[in-house]
Design a protein around this ligand. Structure first.
Ligand code: GLN
Length: 483
């Protein structure tokens, strides 16, 4: 039962092969049995899950249908869930029970999805390995000695290990696509503004975007359908109609123009990954796509720009966690400054503190022009590169990451080494573009992802290309041993 995708679950529920309650119980038992190896959940919400599953079964019995009605999912632990701990992977929010549901949570619940729990993540979504969580590192089900990627590592590991079919995640610089690549999943970061950020605890507000992690493009389409849409509570939410993502999955790829940036195949890329990317290109050519070499000349400046902008926004967003308005409060403060210092010093882990310091520095008088403003100018150049490229091609293809998942602890002593791994993903966030990662093969038994990028609001096209690719390849069906 646990092997089923969302699409298969929807068919099984519609055909009354099983109930949502039965399926939910099977998956909850599986999580209890297997998750100790992975640490992919911070909280399990068994009671809520059973209650929602029963309600979904009643709605189906009353004639309602819908791909998410009765489908078990989980939420990354930065989506606010009313009355349920929403920790953001931080000691700072260890005892925070959100007073309301995030829009994404409310929308998925209204569609009938069943929440099994809240998934582990890098603290405040800062990281690429899920090792900065206050609740401990998450293990990669493909090799328990390796990281699952981050910051949505809990969602990724849980879905990859077949603990559940899909989960929500967020992507500020790659945190949906990179863990998807590391765990053999399909992950979609939508256009900035497509999915509401209301109730999604902010890391870097101009970059953050929620999206789905699932095993197939077909399932990502189902999840995105439930998540996307205008929200008047989010001032950056975009009032554009949401297309039917499942309806466009079967469009032909004949004549599709795929751009492959020459900058992608530089020295930093593992040659074995380069080969798998070439194979995926050949596969898409067989389906009628036409390949064109393109250039993204400012790509090399994207990492430094991102690692100024993201910490700058984070330093501002995280100022609310001061032990008074929000978050952990230290014992016996001597005065107000002592209260702030110790509450923040105790509540935030080292990576979060590092970023707050970098961000506050970049925004400070005298350095603002030199760092923050300069980074914003680079951001515009990165966007312009994409706009020029999309005059010539329909989608851009390349590796999701330069290397496969590294060993736990391997990059802990050198944060910059981890930052450099974001080279292929962060440009989409800087430009606000949609991006998808899908399985493309294995290197030393570890999964490799191929990334597709599209113009604004072309999520449907990304899902269409990925679905056609998945109809003709079987990488996405491979299951990690032991799960
Ligand atoms: N690895 C990037 C960072 O640490 C991206 C994280 C994310 O997308 N949330 O900032």
């Amino acid at each position: 039962m646990h092997q089923m995708t969302l699409a298969e679950i929807a068919r099984g529920l519609a055909d009354k092969k099983f109930s949502s309650e039965e399926l939910t119980k099977v998956l909850l038992a599986r999580i209890t049995q297997l998750d100790p190896q992975l640490n992919s959940f911070i909280s399990l919400t068994e009671e809520l899950a059973i209650e929602q599953a029963k309600a979904a079964d009643v709605r189906r019995a009353n004639g309602e249908s819908g791909a998410l009605l009765g489908a078990p999912i989980a939420h990354k632990d930065l989506f606010c869930t009313q009355g349920i701990r929403t920790s953001c992977g931080s000691k700072m929010l260890d005892n925070f029970k959100a007073p309301y549901d995030a829009t994404v949570v409310a929308k998925l619940a209204a569609a009938g999805a069943v929440t099994l729990g809240k998934t582990n993540m890098d603290e405040f979504a800062m990281g690429s390995a899920n090792e900065s969580s206050y609740y401990g590192a998450v293990k990669n089900p493909w090799n328990l000695e390796h990281v699952p990627g981050g910051s949505s590592g809990g969602s990724a590991a849980a879905v990859a290990a077949r603990l559940l079919p899909a989960a929500t995640a967020t992507d500020t610089g790659g945190s949906i696509r990179q863990p998807a690549a590391f765990t053999n999943l399909t992950g979609l970061k939508p256009t900035y503004g497509r999915v509401s950020r209301w109730g999604m605890i902010a890391y870097a507000s101009s970059l953050d975007q929620g999206g789905p992690l699932a095993r197939t493009a077909e399932d990502c389409a189902i999840m995105l359908q439930g998540m996307a849409g205008f929200d008047q509570n989010d001032s950056t939410s975009i009032d554009e109609p949401v297309p039917d993502y499942s309806a466009s999955l079967n469009e032909s790829l004949q004549g599709l123009r795929i751009g492959v940036p020459k900058e992608y195949f530089s020295a930093g890329l593992d040659p074995r990954i380069a080969e798998l990317i070439q194979n995926s290109i050949k596969e898409l050519q067989k389906l009628g796509a036409v390949i064109k070499e393109i250039s993204l000349p400012n790509m090399q400046h994207a990492i430094p720009a991102y690692y100024v902008i993201a910490p700058a926004e984070a330093s501002s967003n995280l100022s609310r966690f001061d032990g008074v308005r929000f978050g952990h409060r230290c014992e016996n403060p001597q005065n107000l400054i002592d209260l702030y210092k110790r509450s923040r010093g105790e509540g935030f882990g080292p990576e979060v503190q590092r970023r707050i310091m970098v961000g506050a520095y970049a925004l400070s008088a005298g350095y603002y022009d030199a760092y923050y403003l300069k980074a914003q100018k680079i951001r515009r150049l990165v966007k312009n590169d994409f706009m020029a490229a999309f005059n010539e091609v329909d989608i851009i293809l390349g590796p999701t990451t330069p290397n496969p998942a590294w060993k736990l602890g391997a990059k802990n002593s050198d944060p910059v080494a981890a930052y450099l791994e974001d080279v292929y993903t962060i440009t989409a966030n800087l430009a606000g573009l949609p991006g998808l990662s899908m399985p493309a093969g294995f290197v030393d038994g570890l999964p490799v992802g191929v990334q597709l990028l599209a113009p604004y609001f072309q999520e449907g096209r990304l899902l269409n290309v990925a679905h056609q690719y998945q109809l003709n390849t079987d990488w996405h069906t491979r299951t990690p041993t032991g799960f």
